[in-house]
Design a protein. Structure first.
Length: 451
């Protein structure tokens, strides 16, 4: 009893380790796939865009400086000398002194000469509904980017699984055709010996030569398909085309999982990320509509300038200054463009809602089709198992009969071809079941993703 338990435990552990081969490849693909890296970069960009939107609530501080110089242009004459010099002369006569010298008339130019203005301006939004709406939109766009990553992750998981199963199928097909070549060569040797002993027909030797050539051609084609399947699988993982692929996969466990899926509800699974993405897009359209409808709300900003201005690059207590104020913007008329924009936003929202309904129908149809495809693949798999057993028994009987002289060589060739065809059918149907299960898993979004 203990021996039986140990054997069963060993089988379970072996199947689990074999199943981990594919899981490891999926984890590798999620980390190394080039498109996956691009989606991750887009997610990071959306994260920084949200941080930028949040920073709009903070004040803005900037250094602003300007320098101007000019000559000519309009002047303002100030006849200060003509006005004050007579008074100064009278005062000098009365006092008998020269304490009041005469002054010249002045001319003030409109244009500044060697003038600078340097200040630090701080601005702060006080009332601006667009900032809050913009922040909300960027939050929703970040969620949209996360869902976009999850959507591609699920698609990549399915592609890796299907590509891996196709490669395994191609490798197993090579083994089947290689065995067919060995059987054909064995028949060729048998016919040659019979002819040498005077018991065979030369026509059978020619037929066996043709069978060997045909089997070798199929083997060559299978080897080419295996190389192509491996190259595509490695491309999904961003690896070299000729990189080795571990084929120790326990398809028995996978077949049991596929069988269990058939007994579940065809609508099972969590809500698809595509629907969540469209719902988020509707929220974005709704936020944009609300933002457009608030166009009449005024915008109010406060500012504070701390700086210095003077002619001649002076800097002292008289050149330094501060200035504070408020800026109010209230729209009055812009040709009804705001109203037209509101109508456009309403249509965008309606379009997104219709797209969500259409996608729900399409995904439901795709899920039902994937479930029926798995049912059909499973029935074909069960049928091919019975056909292989019958073809194997028939080949053994015909081989014995040919050796006993009761069956012809043509019958042995036919029996071998039936056996090879049945083996290929079982192989193809086995991995079609696994691929169909992977497709249904994709449609039901049931594969556990590590976020």
């Amino acid at each position: 009893m203990r021996t039986v338990l140990i054997i069963m435990l060993g089988l379970i552990v072996g199947q689990t380790m074999a199943q981990e081969v594919l899981d490891n490849y999926i984890r590798e693909g999620l980390e190394t796939n080039l498109v996956m890296k691009q989606r991750t970069v887009s997610l990071q960009k959306a994260t920084y865009a949200l941080k930028s939107a949040k920073s709009m609530y903070l004040p803005t501080v900037a250094l602003q400086a300007g320098y101007q110089t000019a000559d000519g242009g309009r002047n303002i004459p100030l006849p200060i000398g003509d006005l004050l010099n007579p008074v100064y002369r009278t005062l000098n006569q009365l006092t008998g002194t020269g304490a009041f010298p005469e002054i010249e008339n002045e001319t003030i130019n409109f244009l500044p000469r060697n003038y600078y203005d340097a200040h630090i301006r701080t601005t702060m939004p006080l009332i601006n509904t667009d900032i809050g709406a913009n922040k909300r939109i960027h939050e929703q766009q970040l969620q949209l980017s996360k869902l976009d990553v999850a959507i591609y992750q699920r698609e990549l998981v399915k592609e890796i699984k299907v590509a891996y199963f196709n490669y395994l199928s191609a490798v197993r097909a090579k083994d089947i055709y290689r065995a067919a070549v060995d059987l054909a060569r064995e028949g060729q040797r048998t016919n040659e010996k019979l002819v040498e002993n005077g018991k065979g027909l030369p026509a059978y030797v020619l037929r066996s030569n043709s069978e060997v050539a045909e089997s070798e051609a199929r083997l060559t084609d299978a080897e080419m398909k295996a190389r192509n399947a491996r190259a595509y699988f490695n491309s999904l993982l961003n690896r070299a085309e000729e990189a080795e692929v571990d084929t120790t996969f326990g398809h028995e466990t996978a077949l049991l999982h596929a069988a269990s899926v058939l007994h579940n509800d065809s609508n099972a699974g969590r809500e698809r990320e595509e629907l969540q993405s469209l719902s988020t897009a509707i929220d974005i359209r709704s936020t944009m509509l609300k933002m457009d409808q608030r166009f009449a709300i005024p915008k109010l900003n406060a500012f504070l300038d701390l700086g210095s201005q003077s002619e001649g690059f002076h800097f002292n207590g008289q050149t330094r200054y501060y200035m504070a104020g408020l800026q109010l913007e209230f729209p009055i008329f812009n040709g009804n463009r705001n109203k037209y924009k509101i109508q456009q936003s309403r249509l965008d929202l309606q379009d997104a809602q219709l797209q969500l309904e259409q996608t729900k129908q399409q995904l439901q149809l795709a899920n039902s089709m994937a479930y029926r495809n798995l049912q059909s693949a499973w029935k074909n798999y069960q049928s091919s198992k019975s056909q292989l057993e019958a073809a194997q028994a028939y080949r053994r009987l015909i081989a014995k009969g040919y050796q006993a002289g009761s069956n012809s060589y043509i019958e042995t060739v036919d029996a071998r071809n039936q056996y090879t065809s049945a083996s290929m059918a079982l192989l193809i149907n086995t991995y079609q079941v696994l691929s169909a299960a992977a497709s249904l898993e994709r449609e039901q979004a049931s594969y556990p993703l590590t976020q």
